[in-house]
Design a protein around this ligand. Structure first.
Ligand code: FAD
Length: 433
């Protein structure tokens, strides 16, 4: 028999949790709202998986990091949903969505009908087997997206004590995982094709600090080449990583972090798409009436830059979810809410390091502060300058006030007369704004 809800959130990740909290705040009646998730657990703060979840000592575990604890809010335990009469339909994968009929079908054959659908299916990892890399399905080659993946990696870390790990990919997942594997005392080698790590955000100056710091922590870095194949032992476990440049690395564990892809396949041909995501307006409403899309899957108007963008960061997943729910509830009362006016924000943490970035990383750059990896207390940042204005700011090891200051700079976009002076002023430029 079909189950019917007024509101269905498809996906049980970060956006789903923050949307549920907003629904509760705005008022939903018991039985009106359901979250349908492939995962077996209530929504949690996904960034923990590549950080504290894998710590050798006192690792983070659920229920410790359910949403909305990551942004300083109250933790939404599974009981919270039942108290509010919000149905958590877990371990349920939706395999068919019929947006015209307003119905979803699960792998188990159940049907769910809705009046309003909030698509929050997030991203899936890109796999090396997608490119036909030889041996990429060997045991102990891991990807990290969901808590189940993190559990498998954690078990392997314990089983391969003091072993060798190869991390494929030099993005933030590769950097965070290399750090945490090193903390677990594995011999870690990172491999990536680009000339420096995190090239989508980091300038060569920023990257030089992290590469130097990681080297000091004992992480080996091999740049400018890619993994083209894996060999296995008689148990089918990965044994070696073959690189394109001919080198061969021994490995007990391989972790791959080569990017993600928004999960929109269920809706192909039914809803307008753009830039790889579901196209929405400033209220996260899609081209189909009563269907909203939030988080990693949404391509939305980024007002500040007057451009459609898709953003795969946790802060946006939280805020877009809240915006969509506010817009849904307002429209029911014939009201409207303000347009989404997002300032891109992204952060990462590894070892004793912690950085934040706000704004847009386009135009010229200046590096300021102490970015020596040998410094006992490194603290540095970068500004991005476009059309004579500061449009982006990065800061390593900032205090909360300093991080607020760089956020303000990126929002206000103050003019810059003299770039050399900006480099000398450094953080004090931001603090004056
Ligand atoms: P998700 O949180 O991915 O949730 C999607 C949910 O939908 C999942 O529960 C999934 O199982 C479910 N789902 C998908 N398809 C179906 C289906 N067909 N049926 C049922 N359920 C389905 N961002 C930062 O800014 N800083 C960080 O430090 C950071 N660290 C990260 C570390 C890791 C390991 C990962 C994977 C991501 C990290 N991110 C970070 C990115 C951030 O977590 C995502 O941008 C955010 O989780 C997106 O939220 P979402 O709700 O759109 O998707």
């Amino acid at each position: 028999m079909a189950k019917t809800f007024k509101y269905v959130i498809l996906g049980g990740g970060v956006s789903a949790g923050y949307a549920a909290r907003e629904f509760a705040k705005q008022g939903v009646k018991p039985g009106e709202l359901a979250i349908i998730s492939k995962e077996a657990v209530a929504p949690y703060e996904r960034p923990a998986l590549s950080k504290a979840y894998l710590f050798p000592e006192s690792p983070a575990r659920l229920p410790g990091f359910h949403v909305c604890v990551g942004s300083g809010g109250e933790k939404l335990l599974p009981e919270w949903y039942s108290e509010k009469g919000i149905e958590l339909i877990l371990s349920t994968e939706i395999v068919k969505a019929d947006l015209a009929a307003k119905s979803l079908t699960s792998a188990g054959g159940e049907t769910f009908n809705y009046e309003i659908l909030l698509i929050a299916t997030g991203s899936t990892v890109i796999r090396l087997s997608d490119f036909g890399v030889k041996g990429a399905d060997a045991k102990n080659i891991f990807y990290l997206r969901e808590v189940d993946d993190a559990d498998k990696l954690y078990e392997a870390i314990k089983a391969k004590k003091n072993g060798k790990a190869v991390v494929v990919g030099g993005g933030y997942i590769g950097l965070e995982l290399s750090a945490v594997l090193r903390l677990n005392n594995l011999d870690v080698t990172m491999v990536y094709p680009e000339p420096w790590c995190m090239p989508r955000l980091f300038t060569s100056g920023i990257a030089a600090f992290y590469e130097g710091y990681y080297a000091k922590k004992g992480v080996n870095i091999i740049k400018g080449t890619v993994a083209v194949g894996f060999t296995t032992n008689s148990d089918g476990e990965v044994k070696e990583v073959q690189l394109k440049d001919g080198r061969v690395l021994e490995a007990d564990i391989v972790v791959v972090g080569v990017g993600g892809r928004p999960q929109t396949a269920l809706f192909k041909g039914q809803v307008e798409e753009d830039k790889g995501g579901i196209k929405t307006d400033a209220f996260f409403k899609s081209s189909v009436p009563n269907v909203y899309a939030v988080g990693d899957v949404a391509t939305f108007p980024l007002k500040l830059y007057n451009e459609l963008r898709r953003v795969e960061h946790v802060d946006h997943s939280r805020k877009s979810a809240e915006q969509a729910v506010k817009a849904i509830k307002a429209s029911e009362e014939g009201k409207t809410v303000e347009e989404y006016d997002y300032l891109p924000y992204f952060y990462s943490r590894s070892f004793e390091l912690s950085w934040q970035f706000y704004g847009d990383n386009v135009g010229d750059t200046v590096l300021f502060g102490d970015s020596s990896p040998d410094s006992p207390k490194p603290k540095f940042g970068s500004y991005w300058i476009k059309d004579g204005k500061v449009v982006g700011a990065f800061l390593e090891s900032g205090t909360p006030e300093e991080n607020q200051a760089i956020a303000k700079v990126a929002r206000v976009q103050p003019p810059v007369q003299n770039v050399d002076q900006l480099a000398t002023e450094g953080l004090s430029f931001a603090s004056k704004i």
